[in-house]
Design a protein around this ligand. Structure first.
Ligand code: NAI
Length: 343
């Protein structure tokens, strides 16, 4: 079991670069290749280009390539883009990165090339291994792809976890901050949290495997009990998430704070949440979270997931199938048709 540390590690949080132009000049003359033009690739490429960087897109022939061309980028294959670049952003799905990196990116890296990733996973577990003569950076927006662009165009920043994984050039941190600035991180309200590939991987996977997954199944349990007690499926689903109130609560958490947002609910609601909530989360649950964290850090979850991908995703597909068969899914489809959200 993981041993809890009593020392709180304080993060270095950068909200403004004293001399942003100095950092931008570290990257301005270098050729950037953005590999992948999907959720993150498109937004990051557009932001960096608008900040004055030279950006080429590396993408296979698919609809994303068409989009990049329509946006006015020079688009070439992944190998060619990597060969042209001093700085290579790997913005394709995590599952395909190891193979694409070995085959089409790594052979083109040179002394002081910079490899940039938006997720810690593949580098932390050693699935993507850049050579020692390249710098390795993490620039992981805590923001979904389209919003990275949307905020930039409104002159607003966003939080990003940033890290230097390997500093061969001796200027990796400066380059990292220059790229973060070009991406728009330091615009109004944004910040870079200096992190590590380990921390980013732990925090990301730990969220997914604890509260995010638990929330889905907690909603299922609520639905089952509420409908047992005579509530209509439609009313239950609206109450849980379909009304959009949940998104408003999440927005209030962001703006006011986790517990401060409670004050925007009725006092009956506040009393109910404060008295009943803690009963769901005791030491047993914390031990479970520690166990999951251990399996993330020691790589056993990553090995399990790699095996699942190699063996045809049978568990993954089966679990989706089981969940699709739940009565709540059918009721949700009916409701979403009535609401005009699906055809
Ligand atoms: P995505 O799924 O949107 O990537 C699609 C792009 O990858 C397309 O351009 C497609 O042509 C290309 N692609 C797919 N398979 C390929 C292959 N075999 N060879 C070459 N190109 C291929 O990816 P997304 O969601 O933007 O994720 C990219 C990275 O950003 C990942 O590391 C992810 O963890 C990270 N990230 C994603 C966030 C998000 O908002 N989705 C948030 C923060 C980080």
């Amino acid at each position: 079991m993981l041993v809890a540390k009593s020392v709180v590690v304080l993060a270095e949080i950068i909200t403004r670069l004293g001399d942003e132009d100095k950092y931008l000049s570290l990257v301005a003359r270098r050729q950037v290749a953005v590999i992948g033009y999907g959720n993150q690739g498109r937004s990051q490429a557009l932001n960096m280009r608008d900040s004055g960087l030279r950006v080429v897109v590396g993408n296979p022939h698919d609809p994303y390539e068409k989009l990049a061309l329509e946006d006015g980028f020079k688009v070439v294959g992944v190998s060619e883009a990597s060969g042209l670049a001093d700085i290579v952003f790997i913005l394709i799905p995590d599952e395909v990165q190891p193979e694409v990196f070995e085959r089409s990116i790594k052979p083109h890296l040179r002394e002081n090339s910079v490899v940039v990733m938006a997720s810690g996973y593949n580098y932390f577990y050693g699935y993507v291994k850049p050579p020692d003569y390249a710098d390795v950076l993490l620039l992981a927006p805590r923001m979904i792809g389209w919003a990275v662009r949307e905020l930039y165009t409104r002159g607003e920043g966003f939080p990003a976890l940033v890290a230097v994984g390997h500093d061969h050039s001796g200027v990796a941190k400066g380059v990292m901050l220059g790229l973060a600035a070009a991406m728009g991180v330091f615009k109004r309200g944004g910040c870079a949290v200096v992190s590590s590939f380990r921390e980013e991987t732990l925090l990301d996977l730990l969220s997914e495997q604890t509260w995010a997954g638990a929330l889905l199944f907690m909603f299922r349990a609520y639905y089952e009990v509420a409908t047992e007690l005579g509530a209509s499926p439609e009313a239950a689903i609206l109450e849980l998430y379909a009304s959009g109130e949940l998104a408003e609560i999440a927005e209030s958490m962001k703006n006011l704070g986790l517990f401060e947002q409670l004050r925007t609910h009725s006092r009956t609601s506040q009393y109910g949440q404060l008295t009943r909530g803690p009963g769901f989360v005791g030491e047993e649950v914390k031990d479970k979270i520690r166990g999951i964290a251990l399996n993330i850090l020691n790589g056993s979850f990553a090995r399990e997931w790699a095996l699942e991908q190699r063996t045809g995703m049978t568990v993954f597909n089966r679990l989706h199938e089981i969940n699709r068969e739940h009565p709540m899914e059918l009721e949700e489809k009916k409701l979403y048709k009535i609401l005009g959200r699906i055809g």
